[in-house]
Structure formats: structure tokens, C-alpha cells
Design a protein around this ligand. Sequence first.
Ligand code: CU
Length: 647
Amino acid sequence: MSRIIDRRQMLRGAALAGGGLALSAYMPAWAQTNSTGLATPLPTVTGNDITLRIARQTMMIDGRPSKAIGINGTVPAPLIRLREGQNVRLNVINDLDEDSSIHWHGLLVPPQYDGVPGISFPGIKARSSFLYEFPLKQNGTYWYHSHSGLQEQLGHYGPIVIDPADADPVQFDREHVIVLSDHSQISPAAIFRYMKVNPGYFNYQQQTLAGLLAGKDQTLKERMDWGKMRMSPTDISDATGPAYTYLVNGHGPRDNWTALFTPGQRVRLRIINASSMTTFNVRIPGLRLTIVQADGQNVMPVEVDEFQIGVAETYDAIVTPTDNRAYTLVGEAIDRSGLARATLAPHAGMAAEVPALRPRPLASMKDMGMDMSSMAGMDGMDMAGGGMTRGVDPTAEKNPSARLTTPGAGMATGAMAQGGSAMPGMDHGGMDHGAMAAGGMAGMDHGAIGSQQGGMGAMDMGSMKMRDFSKAPQVKKGPGVQTISPMPMDRTDYPGQGLEDVGHKVLVYRDLMSLTPNPDVRAPSRSLDIHLTGNMERFMWSFDGEKMSDVHEPIPFLEGERVRINLINDTMMGHPIHIHGHFFELVTGHGDHAPRKHTVIVQPGGKVTWDLTADAVGDWAFHCHLLYHMHAGMMRTVSVRPRGEAA
Ligand SMILES: [Cu+2]
């Protein structure tokens, strides 16, 4: 097991730390200065009685001290290793000067132990403790984190592994837990403040709407501005993101956290995205990944070269390295602003090439909730009526399809219909930009969008309005809703932004199938739409146009009922949506082998459908797991009411 430190490895580690000079002769040049190849396993706690102490601490990242909140002195918090069927008591001591909490992400526990202050329990007061106690009804890879304030951002997160009561259907010789996260030298409160003042300061996974529509990437300048604000001049040339360092098991890319293997071993990687805001694209150049579990649920093995992991998701992958060489595990941030890096190697101190960051992806039409391929063939969609077509061959206007396929007149079919091309491509693809400007799109600037609260008439794209509330009657009108996706598509066959053309197999949700038949295969008795809404310019995030603090009624469910939920993304960012106390079955055409998940990314402008059996009576949190989105109000309480006393 990886947890047991091999004495030889320890000696090797000591030699590296103390005698780096001797090694420099055969280490690659880039690795000589900083890479010590830490092969430190995560500290582990186990048993029926576990004590966890939450406290402020310092953590070292790439040789720099950083303020953090850890548990039992470590970030990530210790690996909690349990067994299915056992009863566990977790005594959580809060040594902070503020309230804290622990939520067991993905664990099915009684509601009073779910750990969300204000929903499950009052929270754990400063300098006090709380005893969690529950039976373990499941197995798999999970994690835990604070649900109080902005603590998780500082390191208050850790992995959970629950071994199955019976034989594990997944065969492996050795395993490693890989906790991906992001860490900033800037305090979470300051980050949130900056984003409220000017979301551009923190413009990672989003481009400004104005920038998209003008066909320009505005974030470059914003990133430079961000760079100027930084404390240390060396940071400006730092390869990682402007605010975040991406971590593997608490270690930065230069620390080079290393997972050991013996060539030929089947190595199980339990990968957890515990970051606050970062979607990662994970790959190990030179190795295929066999996905065997998602969100703690076993799936039919599927072989991929890369997968996207949203915040709070987990994937277990088997790799079988046969060569006596090092491999780099890359967790590239979705915006390609940096990467989390670790090494898989037969020995500590080895390193493989770290691939360069790939070009930054640009948003496509589908990210804006528009599907041009189906538009072309759609009778009701009148593309001819708006400003877009002005100046285009008038004979083409009678037939939108014809116009779309006429080179040089109208839109470039290749760019739009395939959905993989970026907005800027529209300019070169023959779209009449002047006409677009006349329609008001290209002419928009930040101010115009930010201040426009009433009719966003200027955002018509031909007859297709980008803020047509008749398409989403339940969404509350207001400045917090910048756009309504005109044609939200099921995008569970989409690998993620920037992953369409990478030349190798990338996991998509539709690849996932439950290993065993689902426990409840009833057809849903009703369905519910929930819109993911936001205003990027103001950093406002909500469900159905209303933030958590403005809503006083929970979303009601009746015990045992089966409900179909359609999550419709009216924004141009992906949101990882999580429900507590339940798993849901993704509706992706796999019948009684639908993949069961606790968190799902709803791609920009897209939608995701899942079926839920509301079998856990009580109040549960339901939210976007991008922590600053949750903090801004993209959250609800879900209330499962017992039969017999339903309101
Ligand atoms: Cu979100």
C-alpha cells in the first residue's frame, strides 16, 4: 500500500533533500532547482473513533509559506480511511476563532450530520467541538470540507476512502489518492471583494460577454492588470494562474509530489477535485486511464486519455505503467492558466517532461446556448429578420439553410455548425460584422451590459434574443440575469471547452455507465426545471434569477418520489452542481445502468437532465460547487418531506 513508507524511499528522499548537488548531474535542467520529488503519502486516520482538529496553520507551497486552515496540522486534511458497514464517530474540534463545520461530500448520512450550517445544524462554534456519528452505507472515493464562510478555500478539505464490505470489483495492486486543489496567497475575502468590484480581476474560466461578442479576448489585459497588483515581481513571470497555484496533495508544481509504482502494477488513482474554483483537465501523457469509478460509484471500465473533472467530482482511474520511467500527471486548469503537476515514478526524485500549457480555449456558440447546426434546419428560427443578415445576398434570405452554407455570405458553416469554433471565428468566417454591430452585439461594452437591466433588446442575434424571458418563465427578471440560453442543448456528449480537438480520447458523461443496475428505475412522476443564472459583469450568481438569501422557501420533494430535474445553464460558464444527501441518475440513454453522481458539470449554455429518488427525509443543500458562486447565492435548500405530513 502506498501509505506504508518504504525505508529505501525514505532514504532516497533524505538524500534528495540533503544532497541535491549529487543528483543534478542526471536530473533534467528545469527540475534541478526546485524539484525534490516528494513522495510523502497523505497522513491517514482510521478506526471507529476519529478526532479532527480544525486550526489555522502555515503551509509550504513550492518553497513559499502560505496562510491556511488545515486539519490535524495538514493540508489537505488527513485521509479518512473507513470500511463500509462500520459505524464511525468523528469528533471535530474547532480551534478557529470563528464558526466552522465539516460536510462529508457524497456520504449518505442522517441530515443532522451533513454539516451545513443553517440547513443541517447550527455549525460548530469557535473553540468548541461537535460529534458526528453515522453508519457507512456505501464504499468508494469521497471527500470532506468546510461548509462555513470561505474556509474551504484555505485548505479545509481532505479525502475519504471507504473500502467495500465485500470484494472490490476493481482490481489493483497499489493505490494513490490524488487531491487536486487551488490555493491563493490572496485571502478568500479579498478575492471575493475584487470579483464583486471587477470580475475581470479574476477572469479565469470566463470571458466577458462583451469580449465574446466583440470577438476579442479581453482577459489578456485584465490578466496583466491583475499581474500588476501582485506583491512579488517574480509572480508576473510565474507560469501558473494569476491568483492560484494548482496543487496535488497540497504541493505545488515545483514540489513535484510523486506517486510510486513498480513497473507492471495496476495502480488505482483516486482523483478528487477539492479546488474552490478550478475545473481541471487531467491526463498522464504516455498512459491510458481506465475510469472505473465516478463520484464513488463503480462504472463500467472506460479507457480514455484525458478527462475533465469539475469541482467536487471524483474519478478513480487505473493505470498500468510498464516502463521503468517517470510519467507526469497533469491537471491543467480549464482556462490553461496553469497546471497541477505530480509524477508517477518507480522512485522518488525522478521526473518526466511537463507538457506546455495548451492554447486557451475560446467560447463557442454552444457555450452561449445557441446550436447553429440545428438552427440551420429549423423552420421556426428566423435568422433573416435581424440585423445580422443585412448586407447579405438577399436571395439567400428566403432560405436560412442555404444562406448558412453559402461561402462568404452569412455565417461560415464549418465554424458554427460543428460547434467547435470560437466566436472570433465568426469574423473570419464571412459573417457581416458591420451588420452585427448594427444589431448591437459587437458594439457592446462592459458598461452597457452591466447597466442594462430592462429589455436587453440590443442582444438580439437576429430574431434570437439572448435574454428572452419567455424561454424561462420561472426565472426572475433582474440585473442578476444577464442572458437566457436561447437553445440550451444536452451537452453530455461534450468533452469540455478546449478538449474537442486534442487528438485523443477524452471522457464524456455519456461514456459513463453504472457497473450494477440502478436501485430505482421508476419513471419520474414529475419534472422540474432549474435555471443556472448569473451576471458575469457583476459577479452575481443564482438559481432561477434569485440568490439564496432572497429565497425563503426550500425546493420541496415528497419522500420516495422520483423527480426529473433539468438543469439549464443560462450562463457561459460551466457550473458543477451538487446535491447533498442523494445520488442522482444522469439521463444519458443508459437505462437501468445510468451513472449515479452527486455532482455534475452543466456545460456553458447547455443542460443536464437527471432523475432523483427523494429518499432521504430532511433538509439538504443544493448548490454550485464553485465556492464563490455558492457564496454569491447560487444555492438552495431542498426539503424532502415525509409522506403523510406533506405541506
Ligand atoms: Cu457556479
